[in-house]
Design a protein around this ligand. Structure first.
Ligand SMILES: C[S@@+](CC[C@H](N)C(=O)[O-])C[C@H]1O[C@@H](n2cnc3c(N)ncnc32)[C@H](O)[C@@H]1O
Length: 225
């Protein structure tokens, strides 16, 4: 499914979110707390937008790796960005050493992962102690009126818009259903706690709670390798 929408994925994101998705990614980079020279892993990177935002934050002396299990997405990411290593990899079996990154991120990817607990566990494993695991995922607005309007938009317009831009309406019906069913807020925090031992987990609602940012600080005493 992701391979089939890859060529039009970026355009569909911009049309459906009216560009807001770029702002969400910038917030994720800020909350990751990375500094120049840091090493960052972006999982389920898709066409690489979050990895590209991290590249700017860590500077030329830093290192950014983007991974995704869909080769078609990785090919588009490679064409878009230089100075980032893009590799095909499943987030539930990351081919990296323990504590080899300062931060690991996943944006709009974790709800698609067959075993999300294993995915978060793997991200925490490759991050050094005191580093951050950053997740951005859809949620539901807390305000009842905004929530009603948002749910109507998701059910009635989102699959049509996504279908019109990509020609793959079923993929955007899946998006609506998967986002509606996936845990968010404290329920997702509980999922993260099942995956790994975090010293703290912050939850930041984005755009009334349409999406959420979760920032887990890892506890182990590992220093980056
Ligand atoms: C909705 S896209 C998000 C892409 C990008 N992170 C963004 O913010 O635009 C979801 C991505 O998750 C990837 N994905 C799903 N399950 C995965 C897994 N188990 N391991 C790696 N990537 C996965 C898909 O291939 C797809 O590119």
């Amino acid at each position: 499914m992701f391979a089939s929408i890859a060529p039009r994925y970026d355009r569909a994101n911009t049309v459906m979110s009216a560009g807001v998705h770029h702002w969400w990614r910038r917030r994720a980079v800020r909350w990751a707390g990375v500094r120049r020279g840091d090493a960052v892993l972006d999982c389920a990177t898709g066409t690489g937008d979050l990895a590209i935002a991290f590249r700017r934050a860590v500077g030329a002396e830093g290192r950014v790796v983007g991974t995704d299990f869909t080769p078609e997405m990785i090919a588009l990411a490679r064409a878009k960005a230089q100075n980032i290593t893009f590799e095909v990899a499943d987030v539930t079996a990351l081919p990296y050493d323990d504590a080899s990154f300062d931060a690991a991120s996943i944006a709009f990817g974790i709800r698609n992962v067959g075993d999300p607990v294993k995915g978060i566990a793997e991200m925490a494993r490759v991050v050094r102690g005191g580093g951050r695991v950053v997740v951005v995922e859809f949620g539901k607005p807390r305000n009842r009126i905004i929530r009603w309007a948002y749910e109507k938009y998701c059910r009635m317009f989102l699959p049509r818009l996504g279908g019109a831009v990509t020609g793959k309406r079923a993929a955007y019906e899946y998006l609506e259903l998967s986002a509606a069913r996936f845990p968010y807020g404290e329920e997702f925090v509980a999922l993260m706690r099942r995956a790994a031992d975090f010293a703290s987990i912050e939850v930041v609602p984005l755009t009334f709670g349409v999406a959420y940012l979760y920032v887990g600080v890892t506890v182990s005493a590992n220093t980056r390798r």
